[in-house]
Design a protein around this ligand. Sequence first.
Ligand code: NAP
Length: 251
Amino acid sequence: MSEAPATLTATALITGGSRGIGKGIALALGQAGLQVYLTYVSKAAEAEAVAAEIRSKGGLASAFGLDVGDSSAVADFFQSEIKDKVLLKALINNAGITKDGLILRMKDEDWDKVLGINLRGPFICLREAAKIMTRQRLGRIVNIVSIAGQMGNPGQANYSAAKSGLIGLTKSAAKELASRNITVNAVAPGFIVTDMTDKLDAATRDLYLTQIPLKRFGTVDDVASAVSFLVSDSAAYITGQVLAVNGGLYC
Ligand code: NAP
């Protein structure tokens, strides 16, 4: 197998980079000097604005519409936009959704939808990225999981199961891909202020706040810093790990 030409531009692909944590990661990796490819599923203008912000600071960035639940679209994207076109330094599996509900009332479609986007989607992206990174003999994969996948959360059986599954995928992929100089790690945010957590009611938010030892909710920059570290040369000997960014809520 041949290695990718050294002239290709080192690139980080971030799924769901249009807002929230993914946007923070995109800006941080752009700042770190990587070309940023960020994806969105519905918010094209927001995604284009993130790419424009990175370019305005002297970086390289492009936004792409890509539903991680559509496996053939994901495979086509890797073939048409990534393979032999860029050096795929990093894949950040960040895109995620919630469809909360108590188990007794949870519909099959809400289970399938969350597992499809939050677990099958990252698997498809990881598999397609691994095909390319294996040839490169180089790559960093970071899966954004959740404290809910570590400690469980009432009303989030589907989401917690998907994120626990993604931790298992992280550890298995780390072992399979290590011989090709590819590291695979997870970052597990606690309560981070984004559109996803804005949906929670005030009582739930207040309850979390009383339980967080550092006495504040996290920011997208708190998570982006952890991801930047795992992508950096400083983390070359770290693989198969789950780095919690949760203010001490679960340790
Ligand atoms: P968010 O603000 O709701 O943003 C979700 C992102 O995912 C958006 O960019 C969205 O794109 C994209 N997305 C959704 N469905 C998609 C699909 N089918 N295909 C491709 N992209 C899709 O979420 P967030 O709070 O930043 O969360 C980001 C990640 O962190 C998720 O994996 C989440 O589970 C995890 N997390 C978050 C928290 C938290 O407290 N916020 C805690 C733990 C873990 P559009 O903008 O185009 O819709």
